[in-house]
Write a protein that binds this ligand. Structure first.
Ligand code: MSP
Length: 514
């Protein structure tokens, strides 16, 4: 089985982590946990993008050095990922020494191959802000920040020969329908490439907070620092030891799936593949541009004061419910919306009523009727049609999940799992264990309870990637110990519970929200 490599964008540290960052990282974590659980060798990379002028300025405003500032903010990201149970295999920072070395080595290699050249950059420059702006950013020739007059300035800079890759890129995207996902975004990318690619300025001299260009044997008038995007994109290579440990790198590259928001798709579906082509490296299997999360249908912004703080939601609903909501409510690839009403509705109906209640009532009945110990029963498969129905759907569920996960349809995976959860609840209603107990039909009662326990075990197993800590609690209640990072294939079958296995104490998992 080919190892799996999953990446998220690396986040800017000029802002604290918000729901958008959480969304991408949660999706990546779900995929990573799923693949690990099903026996794959997985490397999951996330991290922070720490260079550039914005950081330099933010640090200055706070009276800190850029390094001090990034060291502070990075802790906020790490802390949120801990709370959200993000199980990345490396958290990369662009200030990490090994990353810096890779960026400089790549710059030199691409320069030596003729894809980087020294040229002249011309743009509208604001002297007080020390920033270039594009024509569209500059309203009436004024600086969008300080509203002062902008000057047309020219300076030497290094360029990446993006134009050289235009036809190869187009050909690649055309012949690889799975490269840019979802399909709607693929068309966007193709028409962007068709409209023509200009060479990209990849150095800045007006900043100090960045990676300096390496020694390449060219005399320059000023010091040059590598542009943040050229630096940042290379994290996907340095994160798996490119140029440091070839064997390790070869295991994981090309990446299986690179997740990112639709706003930064062009960087990942045009510039990034061109950089890889310049390095003679294969392109990732999938670059997935997901949609945006809105707040009750509106775009979130600081000025509107409607930015959702992940901590507030986690405080009210718990990290797992938050993970569940984002994966269930937002179809991967489309935009989605958060509202308290929807969140509460999902929490109460799916998590509390359907899944939580299924486990709680089953364990309570097991305690009441069998002292929490799995009974011996004479009934076997084939004796009872409705039990067989539950068993077949639950067992077939894995095949469906494999297919849907392969298409990154996480919301559909959850839909399928919850169908089986509802079917299990219905099975309980139909079989009415309380009537069987009253009638003294202990054999049948035992059989029914075992069927439900098996269904609970399986649906909860499939929910592990989405809600890891709740599933650990469920398994504790079932007294099953399993290593979720590598589950035995036999465990995905039915017939796990054996007579005299004992179950733990039932504890409510999702107390209803009013
Ligand atoms: N540093 C760059 C990425 C470099 S990757 C080599 C960057 N950082 S970011 O912090 O601004 O944004 C990171 C991610 O958050 C992007 O994928 C962006 O799409 C995502 N989101 C920001 N707001 C969002 C929502 N409201 N909803 C969903 N995701 C959004 O860009």
């Amino acid at each position: 089985m080919k190892p799996i490599y999953i990446t998220t964008p690396i986040y800017y540290v000029n802002d604290v982590p918000h729901i958008g960052h959480s969304y991408t990282t949660i999706l990546a974590d779900i995929l990573s946990r799923y693949y690990k659980m099903t026996g794959h060798n997985v490397f999951f990379l996330t991290g922070t993008d720490e260079h550039g002028q914005k950081i330099e300025k933010a640090a200055e405003a706070k009276g800190l050095s850029p390094q001090e500032l990034v060291d502070q903010v990075v802790l906020r990201f790490r802390a949120l990922w801990d709370v959200l149970n993000i199980s990345c295999d490396r958290f990369i920072r662009t200030t990490d020494p090994d990353h810096k070395k890779v960026v400089q080595d790549v710059f030199k290699r691409v320069f030596d191959k003729g894809y980087i050249y020294l040229g002249e950059y011309a743009g509208l420059y604001c002297r007080p802000c020390e920033t270039y702006y594009t024509e569209t950013q500059a309203e009436n020739g004024l600086c969008p920040e300080c509203k002062r007059e902008l000057t047309l300035l020219k300076e030497e800079a290094f360029f990446f020969r993006l134009s050289a890759f235009e036809s190869n890129l187009l050909e690649y995207v055309e012949k690889s329908p799975e490269f840019v996902l979802p399909l709607t975004r693929r068309n966007e990318v193709m028409s962007f490439i068709r409209s023509g690619l200009n060479d990209l300025c990849i150095t800045r001299s007006a900043i100090n907070w960045g990676i300096e260009i390496p020694e390449i044997g060219v005399v320059t008038k000023q010091k040059h620092y590598i542009y943040v995007w050229f630096d940042a994109l290379l994290n996907y290579l340095s994160g798996i030891k490119y140029g440091q440990d070839p064997e390790f790198f070869r295991q994981y590259w090309p990446a299986t799936i690179q997740l990112l928001g639709k706003d930064i798709l062009k960087f990942h579906a045009v510039i990034w593949p061109a950089m890889l082509m310049a390095l003679d490296l294969p392109l990732p299997e999938h670059v997935f541009g997901h949609g945006f999360i809105y707040q009750s249908g509106e775009k979130m912004s600081k000025s509107k004061g409607n930015v959702l703080d992940p901590y507030v939601l986690i405080e009210s609903y718990g990290a797992d419910a938050f993970r569940y909501f984002l994966a269930r409510e937002v179809v991967m690839g489309l935009d989605g919306s958060y509202s308290d009403e929807n969140m509460k509705q999902r929490f109460n109906s799916d998590l509390a009523n359907d899944w939580g209640n299924l486990i709680n009532r089953t364990l309570n009945m097991m305690k009441q009727y069998f002292d929490g110990v799995v009974p011996q029963t004479e009934m076997v498969f084939g004796f009872d049609e409705s039990a067989d129905g539950l068993r077949s759907t639950a067992v077939l569920l894995f095949d469906k999940i494999k297919e849907l996960m392969g298409e990154f349809k996480l919301s559909h995976v959850l839909e399928e799992i919850f169908l089986v959860i509802r079917q299990s609840n219905k099975y309980i209603e139909d079989q009415a264990p309380w009537v069987l107990a009253k009638k003294g039909d202990i054999d049948r009662l035992g059989y029914v309870m075992i069927q439900v326990l098996e269904a609970i075990r399986l649906v909860s197993l499939f929910l592990f990637p989405f809600m890891p800590s709740t599933v650990e609690r469920v398994y504790k209640q079932l007294q099953i110990s399993v290593d979720f990072t590598h589950v035995d294939p036999l465990f995905f079958d039915w017939d796990y519970f054996k007579p005299s296995m004992s179950l733990g104490e039932p504890e409510p998992l999702f107390p209803r929200k009013i």
